[in-house]
Design a protein around this ligand. Structure first.
Ligand code: ADP
Ligand code: MG
Length: 381
């Protein structure tokens, strides 16, 4: 998908040219799972699929209008009087409302959204929508675009306006990633660094039911909080669970389940650091750490599924693939594999029929490499 596609869609829809076109990508996390809400580190890349927003200001109009290529319902609302509606456009009207609260004066507008980011697969189409809208709206309002500020604004929209309790990773990745680089993000301080990463990544969506996710996820969060409280009894200075030393955790004699959860978080956080060091040295990922991460998520955090484990085992057997793991919260969803592009491509083709036969779900897969974050693609000003 290209900016010209969004322009064409805008012309067809509104019979005129847009004033500005902006875009933002989906993302996938390479390593650092369940570390974000424990104050730890993550390492996402932007994928090479993007959401484009094309906008024309209509200061004389009494309402605004948005059309999405993925939705049949058209959004119509007054930019000066916004309320959450429970519809897909809340991600954009929420951005309007947050920009207005920051003192940005937004005109009424017409917009189209065109995207090839898969929705609802855990690749963060929601952050891509928020960020592409945020920067394009800021552009037509003549506001300077600070991408980190935009990421935080979009995160507030998702958590407070739409009401999805997510960490900051999705919005930071969609806003700040660079082509050929992973984004090393410290979720407690919001510091970031760009780390060169040239390898291809296969994303495999197991398309399996995620019915357990919400309840189990909440349970894990509670377990992490409890583990932190217990650890603080003997280590009052401990800032968060990700910072805990694995030895400190073992010495604390936590209840068995809490010890497993805490060890996963602490060791996973160290694995992020180790992968970053490796990338800095060689620009390639040390796959063994991805397999370790998967095993820890499977055995200590207990958030894997037979489908995700099966994918990782298939990847492990294939020559040319250096690492694989589940990505995202788990309990269904996606896994990744890294290595040589041809090997990843061949893996996806070879395993799809066997997967369908064994699990009776139709998987989807995408081959990507580290891509660029949000950017203005075109403007008439
Ligand atoms: P994910 O972010 O993992 O793709 P979410 O459930 O967080 O999944 O966000 C998906 C939702 O975001 C969709 O159901 C839809 O409401 C909205 N959305 C994302 N992209 C678009 C788009 N291009 N057009 C309209 N709505 C979109
Ligand atoms: Mg999302």
């Amino acid at each position: 998908m290209k900016p010209s596609d969004a322009r064409e869609f805008f012309r067809k829809t509104f019979g005129a040219d847009p004033d500005a076109i902006g875009s933002a990508p989906g993302r996938v996390n390479l390593i650092g799972e369940h570390t974000d809400y424990n104050g730890g580190q993550v390492l996402p890349i932007a994928i090479d699929r993007r959401t484009y927003v094309a906008i024309r200001a209509r200061p004389e109009a009494s309402a605004s209008k948005i059309v999405s290529s993925l939705e049949s319902t058209v959004a119509e609302f007054d930019v000066e009087n916004i309320a959450a509606s429970g519809n897909w456009w809340d991600y954009i009207t929420g951005v309007c409302s947050a920009l207005t609260a920051e003192g940005v004066r937004l005109p009424q507008f017409e917009a189209v959204v065109q995207s090839d980011v898969p929705t609802g697969s855990g690749l963060s189409s929601s952050a891509a929508l928020e960020l592409s809208a945020a920067i394009t709206l800021a552009q037509i309002a003549d506001e300077p675009i600070d991408l980190k500020k935009m990421a935080l604004l979009a995160w507030r929209v998702e958590t407070q306006f739409v009401g999805v309790a997510c960490g900051v990773m999705d919005q930071f990745a969609s806003a700040l990633c660079r082509d050929g680089h992973a984004l090393h993000l410290w979720c407690d301080t919001l510091e970031t660094e760009h780390v060169a990463m040239s390898e291809a990544v296969l994303i495999f969506d197991t398309a399996s039911p995620r019915s357990l996710r919400a309840s189990e996820f909440n349970k894990r969060r509670a377990e992490c909080e409890e583990a932190l409280l217990l650890l603080r009894a003997s280590n009052p200075a401990l800032a968060n669970l990700a910072e805990a030393d694995p030895e400190m955790i073992r010495r604390a004699h936590l209840p068995a389940t809490l010890e497993k959860r805490a060890l996963h978080v602490a060791q996973e956080n160290r694995r992020v650091e180790a992968v970053v060091q490796q990338l800095k040295r060689s620009h390639t990922l040390r796959g063994e750490l991805l397999y370790e991460s998967h095993e820890s998520l499977r055995d200590k955090y207990e958030c894997s599924t037979p489908e995700l484990d099966w994918f990782v085992e298939q990847a492990r057997k294939k020559r040319g693939i250096t690492g694989a793991r589940l990505t995202g919260a788990g309990w269904g969803g996606c896994a990744i594999a890294v290595g040589a592009r041809e090997a990843l491509d061949a893996l996806a083709h070879e395993i799809t029929p066997a997967y369908e036969q064994q699990f009776h779900h139709k998987p989807r897969s995408w081959l990507t490499s580290a891509s660029r974050g949000a950017s203005i693609e075109a403007t008439t000003k």
